[in-house]
Design a protein around this ligand. Structure first.
Ligand SMILES: C[S@@+](CC[C@H](N)C(=O)[O-])C[C@H]1O[C@@H](n2cnc3c(N)ncnc32)[C@H](O)[C@@H]1O
Length: 367
């Protein structure tokens, strides 16, 4: 690892001419370190399979080092699929492109010492197509990429560093829904106006169950953590998928790589947690479902035949068709956002919908 870099600490990616350039992300073997411990994984998978948690397994899919390339492939495929017009990324790209003057003006208002903090950077194609245009428009002096996927945060900061040599880049890996993200860069250099951006409808991936209503407590806790990390007058740009149309949702989530993500999780559970022949990944069927009453899209695995295995000392019996939900994607209705934004300390100042009114970029000011 290059000088000045260590895990768990902020990493400043230094400019050529002053400091040594960082190595390319994918050749750095230390980046294969997973963010969550084996104990976290075991506990959370047990809770999910025993039905105590529902729909919050996505973090293990996106932080599994082997999924880094899969996620980039998924991104690339959705961006290249011109036959399908509804993907969150493609819509967000369009929205940024058609409102670039607004983002330029927002950057100008903050002056030339702006920190752009990105929550949930994702991988290469997302950085190139979403982060880069925002950096170009907002013209920050500093960029901070935060993701609990070490690979993602690191590659985002490195890519920004290489493309925008005037921008100082930094990355952190922690849970931005729980940990204040100004914690590690409170020093003078980073204590500047901030624009926080979160794209990819990340706030929709929270725990909850169909039929239980919207996950207000989770959303409020996350927004309050963002607000608490910002100063009055800072801005939050939030990209959210609010599509309620079952047909286009099913089509968009019908991509083969979505199922492959989940299958990786089943393999991890089998290999790392259960070591039991009774829990066979191939005996699970991937099921995706839209629950309009809860504004919730779920990704689940159900048993293709009766299964009996033990988990954390408990016997689990799945009948054929029974299983568990590993990923939730809430599509928040506008009325819900109209209530939670002000309640968490944000004043909405602009909202940019795509032409079909399904994906929105919300611009909120820290009040
Ligand atoms: C849905 S993806 C969006 C990626 C990218 N911004 C895009 O638009 O394609 C969410 C990203 O946020 C990260 N992430 C989600 N929740 C997080 C949390 N609470 N703390 C840190 N990272 C998180 C995931 O690892 C993933 O890279």
């Amino acid at each position: 690892m290059a000088d000045g870099m260590s895990f768990g600490n902020p990493v400043l990616i230094k400019k050529p001419g002053f400091f040594q350039r960082t190595p390319a992300p994918l050749t750095n073997t230390l980046l294969q370190t997973p963010f969550f411990s084996d104990d976290d994984f075991r506990r959370d998978m047990a809770n999910m399979i025993l039905g105590k948690h529902c729909g919050d397994g996505l973090k293990y899919i996106l932080t599994d080092p082997t999924s880094f390339d899969l996620y980039a492939d998924f991104n690339k495929a959705s961006l290249a699929d011109e036959g399908e017009d509804y993907y969150v990324s493609t819509r967000q790209i369009e929205i940024i492109r058609s409102n670039v003057d607004f983002f330029r003006e927002l950057g100008r208002k903050h002056g030339n010492q702006l920190v752009l903090t990105e929550l949930g950077t994702g991988t290469g194609p997302a950085i190139e197509n979403l982060t880069f245009p925002l950096v170009e428009a907002l013209k920050p002096s500093h960029y901070v990429g935060i993701d609990y996927s070490i690979q993602s945060a690191f590659s985002a900061a490195t890519m920004v560093d290489h493309k925008f040599t005037a921008v100082q880049s930094m990355w952190f890996h922690h849970d931005f829904n729980q940990v204040p993200f100004n914690r590690d860069h409170k020093g003078k250099e980073w204590n500047r106006p901030m624009v926080v951006v979160q794209l990819g409808s990340t706030l929709g991936n929270v725990a909850g169950r169909p039929g239980e209503g919207l996950p207000r407590a989770h959303v409020m806790a996350a927004l309050k953590n963002y607000r608490g990390s910002m100063q009055k007058g800072d801005h939050l740009i939030l990209g959210l998928d609010q599509n309620q149309d079952a047909e286009s949702l099913h089509k968009c989530y019908g991509m083969e790589s979505i199922e492959r993500f989940g299958r990786g999780l089943l393999r991890q559970i089998h290999n790392d947690v259960l070591h039991q022949r009774a829990f066979t990944p191939d005996d699970f069927e991937y099921v995706r479902a839209w629950h309009p009453e809860s504004h919730l899209y779920t990704h689940s695995f159900v048993a293709k035949k009766p299964m009996l295995f033990s988990m954390e000392g408990q016997l689990v019996h799945f009948e054929k068709g029974q299983g568990f939900t590993y990923c939730n994607s809430y599509k928040y209705p506008q009325e819900f956002l109209d209530e939670v934004f002000p309640a968490s300390g944000f004043k909405p100042i602009a909202r940019f919908p795509d032409p079909k009114g399904q994906v929105h970029l919300h611009v909120l000011e820290a009040a």
